[in-house]
Design a binder for this molecule. Structure first.
Ligand code: 13P
Length: 287
């Protein structure tokens, strides 16, 4: 059964480790992450962007697929199905479809509007027992080939949003989605410390987990980060493994063109990557 991310994140905050949010894009991705979480005895959060939601045939299809896998694969570790960077409309659609956790990203709105929209969702999620992530200070990333530096959240605004009663808060601390540029100055731990001072016990979320050096990840966890999102790294290993299979001509041998064979190396590569991340985040054995 899918669970809210609340308990797993509170435990992670208290135990000084982080739960990984791994984004899913298809059946292979989902199965690889769930099997690894079970093998590692780690709680896990499956992230779904609105784009991936459309690709996978809508939120109801995803809920059906994930619930089916939890049952057929005998998954016993806590699993949350989480909307990643949702719009207000997307959040409502995922709540109706049966997601157990929602991110509403109102960081691009003026703070008053972010507060109003987040408040409406706090009430709905409370009634339904779902976890809710809010965001302050947008996360940088690549748009049209230009990589923007991550914006830093205003700690006072973080407190205003945290006080609404959300479960977890994503605060921009110079982190970026996708690959980090050569001249990236690193995470702003001074901002993270100030945010933490303002929001107290609220579990913090670090987006853009791809490519952040391990020592920075560990320091961020020590300063209150309890959830770390990873997407691009899984995409990269999936792509590399599939390409290597094709370049080796394996698709030309026997039944190598069978999609089940073609996608198998990518599936295995994701398992290895997720395991590696769970070890770094310290969530192994914490289910
Ligand atoms: P990366 O793609 O950089 O790993 O970031 C993932 C993320 O933050 C999803 O919200």
């Amino acid at each position: 059964m899918l669970v809210s991310a609340k308990d797993m994140l509170n435990k992670a905050r208290d135990g000084k480790y982080a739960v990984g949010q791994f984004n899913i894009n298809n059946l292979e991705w989902t199965k690889a992450i769930l099997l690894t979480a079970e093998e590692m005895k780690s709680p896990v959060i499956l992230g779904v962007s609105e784009g991936a939601g459309k690709y996978m045939c809508g939120y109801k299809t995803i809920v059906g697929m994930v619930n089916g896998m939890l049952d057929s694969l005998n998954i016993t570790v806590p699993v949350a199905l989480h909307l990643d960077h949702g719009t207000f409309e997307g959040a409502k659609a995922c709540i109706n479809a049966g997601f157990s956790s929602i991110m509403f990203d109102g960081s691009h709105y003026p703070i008053e509007e972010n507060i109003a929209k987040t408040t409406a969702l706090v009430n709905t999620c409370d009634v339904l027992g779902l976890s809710l992530e809010a965001e302050v200070g947008s996360i940088g990333g690549e748009e049209d080939g230009v990589v923007g530096m991550g914006e830093c959240a205003d700690p006072k605004e973080c407190k205003m949003i945290a006080d609404l009663g959300v479960t977890m808060l994503a605060a921009g601390i110079g982190n970026i989605h996708g690959k980090y540029p050569e001249n990236w100055p690193g995470l702003r731990f001074d901002v993270l410390e100030n945010v933490k001072k303002e929001v107290g016990d609220m579990p913090l979320v670090l987006h853009g987990g791809t490519g952040i050096p391990d020592d920075m990840i560990k320091k961020a966890i020590s300063l209150g980060v309890a959830k770390i999102n990873v997407n691009t790294e899984c995409q990269l290993v999936f792509q590399e493994a599939t390409r290597a299979y094709i370049e080796a001509g394996k698709d030309l041998q026997g039944k190598g063109f069978d999609p089940r064979k073609l996608l198998a190396p990518g599936f295995e590569a994701i398992k290895v990557k997720v395991k590696e991340k769970m070890e770094i985040f310290g969530s192994v054995g914490k289910a």
